[in-house]
Design a protein around this ligand. Structure first.
Ligand code: MMA
Ligand code: CA
Length: 314
């Protein structure tokens, strides 16, 4: 039969061939197998090969299965861990949420409390304002009453003082007249006072307003001088302060109506020409100028000189 020479050789090498494998001993089954390079090699018996192949396949499958199982176990573990973490996170978040809710409620109740407090304070403020305005009204009323009482008291005191001064004046005059009619002289003056006719005079020095000069004279049991005639004027002009001295004449109550401190009206006068002129902000108090003439001046001016008089004693 004509064919491939290789095929023919293979056939010859086969254990079923007539020349090969017929020696003494058991017959061994061989088989040609192809090696990696495609060359044929003689190998084992076919049953062993099959068993070997099955074994390898089983081992491979077992390995694969083991790997799969291992991978699955690993994945399951990971999933479990993730699940645990998630559960932990969820419980933490829920706790936070609860706490937050609690905080929010507390805050709301605090807010409500603060609102109530503010409302209470506002109500209290309104009540206090009402009380305050009532108190202010009461206080105004009381102030008015006090002012009225004060001015009433002052008027009464002034009237009483004026009456007392007039009475003293009258008594002194009567006393002097009585002594004169009896033939005795009444020209006794205290120390530092100068006697002239039946009066004593004190010439004060030191800057004073008219009202302060009046008080200084009354402290010395005298009054700011009242001048009633030329002799008295000439006498006083000798003692007047060169910058001027306050005298006991003023037009405080009615402008232009001058009254002496002894209560007598203005009969004799010695005004400088052009005076009284009620100049500046108003001039209600009278001064004797350095040369003896009179000028109405601002009562709050400070004058260096002030002249007092009082009746001489017998
Ligand atoms: C001063 C003052 C007045 C007075 C005038 C006169 C400027 O004011 O003493 O009382 O009448 O002088 O010129
Ligand atoms: Ca004047």
């Amino acid at each position: 039969m004509e064919g491939d020479p290789e095929q023919e050789r293979f056939h010859r090498m086969s254990p079923h061939s007539q020349d090969e494998g017929q020696g003494p001993g058991p017959a061994v089954e061989y088989q040609d197998v192809l090696d990696l390079h495609g060359r044929r090699r003689r190998c084992c018996r076919p049953g062993v090969l099959t068993a070997l192949l099955g074994l390898v396949t089983t081992a491979l499958w077992a390995g694969l299965l083991t790997l799969l199982l291992l991978w699955r176990w690993d994945t399951v573990q990971d999933l479990k861990q993730l699940e645990d973490t998630a559960a932990l996170n969820i419980s933490q978040v829920s706790k936070d949420l609860e706490r937050h809710k609690g905080d929010q409620m507390a805050q709301r109740s605090q807010e409500a409390q603060a609102l109530r407090t503010v409302e209470e304070i506002q109500a209290e403020q309104r009540r206090m304002k009402t009380q305050d305005s009532e108190l202010s009204r009461d206080l105004d009323g009381l102030r008015e009453d006090l002012t009225n009482l004060k001015s009433q008291g002052l008027n009464e005191k002034r009237a009483a003082l004026t009456s007392l001064e007039r009475l003293q004046e009258e008594v002194s005059k009567l006393w002097v007249e009585l002594r004169v009619s009896n033939g005795s002289m009444c020209n006794t003056c205290p120390e530092e006072w100068v006697s002239f006719q039946q009066k004593c005079y004190y010439f004060g020095e030191g800057a004073k307003r008219w009202i302060q000069a009046r008080f200084a004279c009354s402290e010395l049991h005298g009054r700011l001088v009242s001048i009633h005639n030329q002799e008295e004027q000439d006498f006083l002009a000798k003692y007047v302060n060169k910058k001027g001295s306050w005298i006991g004449l003023r037009d405080l109550d009615i402008e232009g109506e001058f009254v002496w401190m002894d209560g007598s009206p203005l009969e004799y006068s010695n005004w400088r020409p052009g005076e009284p002129n009620n100049g500046g902000e108003g001039e209600d108090c009278v001064m004797m100028l350095g040369l003896g003439q009179w000028n109405d001046a601002f009562c709050n001016s400070h004058l260096e000189g002030w002249m007092c008089d009082r009746l001489a004693t017998c």
